[in-house]
Design a protein around this ligand. Structure first.
Ligand SMILES: O=C(O)CCC(=O)C(=O)O
Ligand SMILES: [Fe+2]
Length: 386
């Protein structure tokens, strides 16, 4: 079974799906800073946009014909996103009229983050409709030194941009900000979007730390932070070296080195990724025992994708506890929104594997998985109906 596990398939982009029960809003205090833990902060630039600029952005989204075939930059699923600036080049007439805004944002980032060379590298507009797309899974913006987000129509939706402090969706908090306010964060912030009601339009500005890294598509800022001990930077280097992205050579030895440093500091996403690397033997000597140990440490912190992997390991007898333990792991991950675990829990309930048979509840979990696009769950539901 281990060979089937793809170490990087599910993690950084899909920590957990939105949990409707957890809905705290961050209200910015006088210093306009929200603390996301472990030294990470989110800042608010109040009224950074002129009213006309917010209007231009809104009009540009409204007037643009939806192209749903466009694959999303975060989760690769069909979505509406319109780039107006790419690699600092205007790719839409709206960007030409917004150059004063880009310059203002750069000055603000210089004053706030001490980055004089920072440049607005990409700007894109996103649309969230109940019938189309209602969220973006939690993730890190690996490619941006600073990200600025403007929620252009805050009166029209609930939820929106969230930060996630811990391993699970119940550690999420949303932001309340006006249509001309920019919410600023860096590459170390686990965040995503969950629109629970209504329609949301957003503008996203990704700044590179220099014109050169913007042009080259590189993210050179991780090395110094990783050396200084940041688990986020170490985790990023693990992923970027494993994938060979953003100017980092594909180098599994480096991936394991950085991942181990973060995992040893207790960072669950790194523990899970490192564990899967050893389980799959991808780029490293396969070591199921060590791999499972790392996955277990992440799972014990409640990291949903690791809980799922533990469930699979129990099913196959690679971890102790049999089908009962498998069902417990799947349930915990399923409740946190992990689609694959929802599917497994649905099957376990239908078949009485490690739990009492409950077809009705099983079917509900299959529906949840199917609603997240899980194709096997969809097929299983079809079969149930016939
Ligand atoms: O739509 C948003 O506000 C932000 C989406 C996001 O996090 C991203 O595109 O990286
Ligand atoms: Fe993002």
């Amino acid at each position: 079974m281990f060979a089937l596990l793809a170490p990087f398939a599910s993690d950084c982009r899909t920590d957990a799906q939105p949990d409707a029960t957890a809905r705290a809003y961050v209200s910015f205090n006088a210093s306009l800073i929200a603390d996301a833990g472990l030294g990470r902060v989110v800042r608010l630039a109040r009224e950074l946009l002129l009213a006309e600029e917010a209007e231009v952005l809104m009009r540009t989204i409204r007037e643009h014909k939806a192209k749903l075939s466009h694959l999303d930059s975060i989760d690769g699923l069909p979505s509406y996103e319109l780039y107006i600036l790419e690699r600092a080049h205007s790719v839409h007439p709206a960007a030409d009229t917004l150059s004063p805004l880009f310059a203002r944002l750069e000055r603000h980032v210089e004053a706030t983050y001490g980055c004089a060379a920072c440049r607005v590298c990409h700007c894109l507009l996103r649309r969230y409709l109940p019938t189309e797309r209602t969220g973006v899974p939690s993730h890190y913006d690996r490619h941006a030194f600073v990200t600025a987000v403007v929620q252009l129509n805050p009166a029209d939706f609930e939820g929106g941009l969230f930060l996630q402090r811990g391993a699970r969706a119940d550690s999420r908090a949303f932001f309340s900000a006006g249509p001309r306010d920019a919410i600023l964060h860096q590459y170390d912030l686990n965040h995503g979007v969950d629109v629970t009601h209504g329609t949301r339009y957003s503008a996203i500005f990704w700044l590179a730390d220099s014109a050169a890294s913007c042009e080259e598509g590189t993210s050179p800022w991780y090395a110094a932070d990783a050396e200084a001990g940041s688990v986020f930077a170490q985790d990023a280097l693990m992923e970027l070296h494993a994938l060979g992205q953003h100017g980092y050579a594909k180098d599994f030895a480096a991936a394991v080195k950085w991942g181990t440093l973060a995992a040893e500091q207790g960072y669950a996403p790194s523990q899970a990724r490192l564990g899967r690397l050893y389980l799959a033997g991808e780029g490293v000597q396969r070591d199921p025992r060590l791999g499972l140990e790392w996955v277990r440490r992440a799972a014990e912190q409640g990291y949903p994708s690791a809980e799922y992997t533990m469930g699979v390991a129990c099913q196959y007898g690679d971890a102790d506890g049999g089908l009962e333990a498998a069902a417990r792991w799947f349930r915990s991950a399923a409740e946190a929104g992990e689609a694959k675990a929802q599917h497994e829990l649905g099957l376990a309930l239908a078949n009485g594997d490690g739990v009492a048979v409950d077809r009705r509840e099983g079917s509900l979990w299959l529906q949840k998985a199917a609603a997240q696009g899980h194709s096997e769950a969809k097929a299983d539901l079809e079969q149930e109906r016939t």
